[in-house]
Design a protein around this ligand. Structure first.
Ligand SMILES: Cc1ncc(COP(=O)(O)O)c(C=O)c1O
Length: 380
């Protein structure tokens, strides 16, 4: 779908590396170049025309991200990456933790939604408990989180989709269970956002984070929080920088040219028919799973009923890096190793070589899936 909107897709490669970063949509590329070329580019907070235009850009980008994620502009904060934002958020929250408090993480999450909490918890002297995925399917039902919740749980850090095996956890059930014991929920929607629409307000999520470079924009992280949460906590900041939320969560000057790209990419995402996207991606996933599943020399990991179109596998007798290199020789881009799904790699006993990951985005087509299958078949 929409391949002609992605200038980078014209070099003949099958780009199945979308989970590591999508290609950029034309409108975002043009918005970034246009911003830098325009005379509206300045710093924000000044009293002249270009500075006002920059203020409008920041506000407009917060509004676009709020519309995309179902939040409010006052709850949108930008940062260099989801990882950087989460490190800052967890460290800030940890100052309020008391002895005996607990944090819940999952074995399904990317390490950027695990290690910041583990580090912060260690500093605060509080315990981290892990929710384990179901042994056979690697699904994460609400019961897996409920098993490690207590009345001392303060935060639950959970993914909206695994960046390794695609599992979409039961987010509504997990949020409800966490709230029942008085805990707040921090959702990593980095992998999920190009595939699923999230509505932070409707789902009653406390904080959700994502990264625009996974949804066809530039490299920048986005937090979408309930505005009261950003106002309640006090991150480290400089004296003269704004003290109001969301600005006080942002360190230094924002990358305005990237914000222009984010605003355009959010606009593109809002125009996409995500039901059609889902049907298209599910068909690609089903074709790839059927094909790989029928090959004796392939082991597939994860079988969640609800999953993003991301699959993980190994080929007998080859490390994941060897398989990925063999696919690269055929101009097929996939990832190898653990892609920072560090807990899951250990949970599955796959360290240190991990597995191959191939992920579809809506701009992939049936030919990409067929090329993957033909190439992996040759490795048998
Ligand atoms: C699920 C998930 N969470 C977090 C991250 C980290 O995002 P960032 O690169 O913005 O720190 C990634 C990146 O691959 C991811 O896939």
């Amino acid at each position: 779908m929409n391949r002609d909107r992605f200038p980078a897709l014209h070099d003949g490669w099958a780009r199945l590396d979308g989970p590591a970063g999508s290609q950029v949509v034309d409108s975002a590329i043009e918005a970034m170049a246009g911003w830098m070329r325009s005379s509206g580019s300045a710093n924000h907070g000044g009293v002249f025309k270009a500075a006002h235009e920059t203020d409008e850009l920041v506000e407009g980008t917060r509004a676009a991200c709020a519309a995309l994620l179902g939040g409010e502009p006052a709850g949108i904060a930008f940062g260099p990456s989801f990882t950087a934002l989460t490190m800052r958020f967890a460290a800030t929250v940890a100052r309020e933790l008391k002895p005996g408090d607990e944090i819940v993480c999952t074995r399904l999450d990317h390490d950027s939604n695990v290690r910041p909490w583990v580090i912060a918890a260690e500093r605060a002297g509080v315990k981290v408990r892990f929710a384990e995925p179901e042994p056979d399917t690697l699904e994460l039902p609400a019961s897996a989180v409920e098993a490690v919740l207590s009345e001392r749980t303060r935060w639950v850090a959970v993914t909206a989709a695994s960046n390794a095996i695609g599992t979409v956890p039961d987010l509504p059930g997990i949020v409800a269970a966490a709230h029942r014991v008085g805990a707040r929920v921090y959702v990593d929607a980095v992998h999920a956002t190009p595939h699923r629409r999230h509505d932070v307000a409707a789902l009653d999520i406390d904080v959700l984070g994502c990264s625009a470079y996974k949804w066809f924009g530039p490299h920048i992280g986005v937090l979408c929080a309930r505005p009261e949460i950003l106002s309640e906590y006090r991150p480290d900041k400089l004296n003269p920088s704004p003290d109001e939320a969301p600005d006080r969560w942002e360190l230094g000057t924002l990358p305005f040219e990237a914000l222009a790209g984010v605003r355009a990419a959010a606009g593109y995402m809002l125009e996409l028919d995500l039901e059609a996207v889902r049907a298209h991606e599910d068909a690609l996933l089903a074709a790839a799973l059927d094909g790989l599943g029928s090959m004796d020399h392939v082991t597939l990991y994860g079988a969640a009923a609800d999953r993003a179109p991301t699959l993980m596998f190994n080929v007998a007798g080859r490390s994941s890096a060897e398989t990925a290199r063999a696919l690269a020789e055929r101009e097929i881009a996939v990832w190898d190793g653990n892609y920072y799904a560090w807990e899951l790699e250990r949970h599955l006993g796959l360290a240190p070589h991990g597995a191959v990951r191939a992920g579809f985005l809506h701009y992939n087509d049936a030919a990409d899936a067929e090329r993957l299958l033909a190439a992996v078949a040759e490795l048998g």
